[in-house]
Design a protein around this ligand. Structure first.
Ligand SMILES: [Zn+2]
Length: 199
């Protein structure tokens, strides 16, 4: 079933679905045919949910987390420790850290990781925003992913931050190498947070 032999609306849907991360052309075709079968109400609920996230959510102007209010709930919460700033690659990396219940500081989202292969340099990341937020910060915890790009990003940031007299730490043991914070279980993540080391 190749997209060019399908009726137009179906072809459009397959093409759009195939652009999603982790969805190949075959999965896209299967999903599209599934959506054809579901009720109109169900299909509209999905379409509405997509429209709503685009209409209602945006990046926090301070930390880049996804939010419906600016500043976001993490930046606005006076009970969170302003001396700690935890740096992640993507907004969806915050929730796993929150679930550990072990972290009560602020966040900063880089919106990516350094990747020479994909042409992502420091100027593509939200590093200026990070450097602008260091007033009152004592420790920066680098919670970029434990893979090649995440490690390169952590070392780049450590070189920038340590000369400023900050304590710079990195999530430690237990994190599978080549892994992703997103897929790390709470217990492991909590242990790697508590066991963080200076880099
Ligand atoms: Zn924020």
């Amino acid at each position: 079933l190749t997209p060019d032999r399908l009726p137009d609306p179906l072809q459009d849907l397959v093409r759009e679905l195939a652009r999603l991360p982790g969805v190949g052309p075959k999965t896209a075709a299967r999903l599209a045919h599934h959506l054809l079968k579901v009720s109109t109400v169900e299909a509209e609920a999905l379409a509405q949910a997509i429209v709503a996230v685009k209409a209602l959510l945006f990046h926090c102007s301070r930390c880049n987390a996804i939010t419906a209010v600016d500043p976001c709930r993490f930046c606005a919460d006076a009970r969170r420790d302003p001396a700690q700033l935890l740096v992640v690659e993507e907004p969806f990396n915050i929730e796993p850290i929150e679930r550990t219940g072990e972290y009560h500081g602020r966040y900063h989202v880089l919106l990516g990781a350094l990747s020479p292969l994909r042409g992502v340099g420091p100027e593509e990341l939200a590093i200026d925003g990070l450097l602008a937020r260091l007033d009152g910060v004592v420790e920066v915890i680098l919670a970029t992913n434990p893979n090649v790009e995440g490690e390169a990003t952590a070392h780049y940031l450590a070189r920038l931050l340590k000369p400023r007299g900050l304590r710079v730490t990195r999530l430690a043991f237990g994190m599978p190498v080549g892994g992703d914070i997103e897929y790390t279980d709470e217990v492991t993540l909590s242990r790697s947070l508590l066991g963080r080391r200076e880099i």
